[in-house]
Design a protein around this ligand. Structure first.
Ligand SMILES: CC(C)(COP(=O)(O)OP(=O)(O)OC[C@H]1O[C@@H](n2cnc3c(N)ncnc32)[C@H](O)[C@@H]1OP(=O)(O)O)[C@@H](O)C(=O)NCCC(=O)NCCS
Length: 271
């Protein structure tokens, strides 16, 4: 138990630059007081002394402003900064190295018995005033922004912000942005300007245009390679074509334009 308390105090030093010494943490941090009392109340709860467990958690709430149901399971090095207004429901489960700020609710959305509160995996950080409501999981190292309202599972390492919460996938976003930039450049190159389109739109027509743009760009690259190879194989192929002219004047103009386009594409892909 003392080992666990030592770990909890060390967690305060690691996560609060304002913490100065152990005595100060032990005497002035309501998060630590609530945690000590919760660990005792939880033991009583497990031993079926439910009344005493509830009484102790009620006292803890009165003293610290933090309400933790004695049935809630809390892992190692849990830290509640400031604390006031935190509510943790009966079936909430909290992993190791989790941090909560004041005003956080780990609540339920149903009056049915059974699992109705969230599970926070290791390393989760929940900002001040955030509400996480329902029996889903906030996966490892996810962050919940202050005042966010989260009602759905949060994937590992993702930041959830806003009400209702939107998810910020940082690495994936970077890849998606690069892909979108490539597509936009190509669309501009061929004189196509998608009007008022943004990458998070899920319009099926826009999706279709994206697929077509990708396809066109691929085909163009293949054509360029073919043109390059053909001119290497037979430098006179353009001359032969004009001599055995199966095309009309109009068609020849088009072919000439295509050829010029092809050459300029080849130059671009070389540079
Ligand atoms: C969410 C948080 C953890 C930052 O996470 P992050 O992954 O570094 O996110 P970023 O700062 O890169 O912001 C990403 C986006 O979320 C937005 N955002 C960040 N925090 C937000 C919040 N609480 N609510 C709404 N949007 C928020 C940013 O404006 C940005 O939007 P953009 O992509 O449109 O520009 C942080 O903002 C937060 O809320 N921390 C809690 C701190 C706290 O409660 N402190 C109390 C001390 S007493």
């Amino acid at each position: 138990m003392f080992k666990q308390l030592k770990e909890d105090i060390n967690a305060v030093f690691a996560r609060d630059p304002a913490a100065r010494n152990t005595l100060e943490v032990l005497t002035t941090y309501p998060g630590i007081h609530a945690l000590i009392m919760h660990r005792m109340a939880h033991e009583l709860w497990k031993k079926n002394c439910k009344g005493s467990a509830r009484a102790l958690s009620s006292f803890s709430r009165f003293v610290t402003g933090i309400e933790i149901h004695p049935g809630a399971k809390i892992g190692k090095r849990f830290f509640i900064d400031h604390g006031m207004g935190v509510v943790i429901g009966e079936t909430a489960e909290i992993g190791d190295d989790v941090t909560l700020y004041h005003g956080v609710t780990l609540g339920g959305t149903t009056w049915n018995k059974g699992k109705r509160h969230p599970t926070l995996e290791d390393g989760v950080i929940v900002g001040a005033g955030a509400k996480i409501l329902g029996p889903f999981t906030v996966h490892k190292n996810a962050k919940v922004g202050s005042n966010a309202v989260v009602t759905k599972e949060v994937p590992e390492g993702v930041t959830a912000v806003g009400n209702p919460a939107r998810y910020i996938f940082k690495e994936k976003d970077k890849e998606k942005n690069a892909e979108e930039a490539r597509r936009r450049d190509y669309a501009e190159q061929i004189g196509f300007q998608p009007y008022a389109a943004s990458q998070d739109q899920t319009d099926p027509i826009l999706e279709g245009i994206r697929v077509l743009l990708d396809r066109m760009q691929n085909n163009e690259q293949r054509m360029n390679t073919l043109c390059q190879r053909l001119s290497l194989l037979d430098p006179t192929f353009k001359k032969q074509q004009t001599e055995q002219q199966p095309y009309s004047e109009e068609e020849l103009k088009i072919i000439e334009e295509v050829r010029r386009e092809c050459e300029s594409q080849t130059r671009q892909s070389k540079s």
